[in-house]
Design a protein around this ligand. Sequence first.
Ligand code: ZN
Length: 89
Amino acid sequence: MLKYNKNKVGWLLMNKGELHVVHDSDIEDLLKSIGCLEKYKEGRLKCMYCNDTITFENFQCIIPSGKEILFCCSKYECYKKTLEMAGTG
Ligand SMILES: [Zn+2]
């Protein structure tokens, strides 16, 4: 069972309803592989819940959803929604 952790160890990738930790050192490769690295560097990635810009500091989750890739920031409210989605997914 994953718990919310203020001192996050890495970013999370949701895959088929399961959360996987992605370490900071791997995140650029991951973003590149899903075609989002440029958007991330340009500050064009938004949280799917609160619409905040995703940055290195507030990044929490990547959620592939069909053809779309969604992102979630590290606010407790947003992260909680993602965990709820994982639990029911
Ligand atoms: Zn958010």
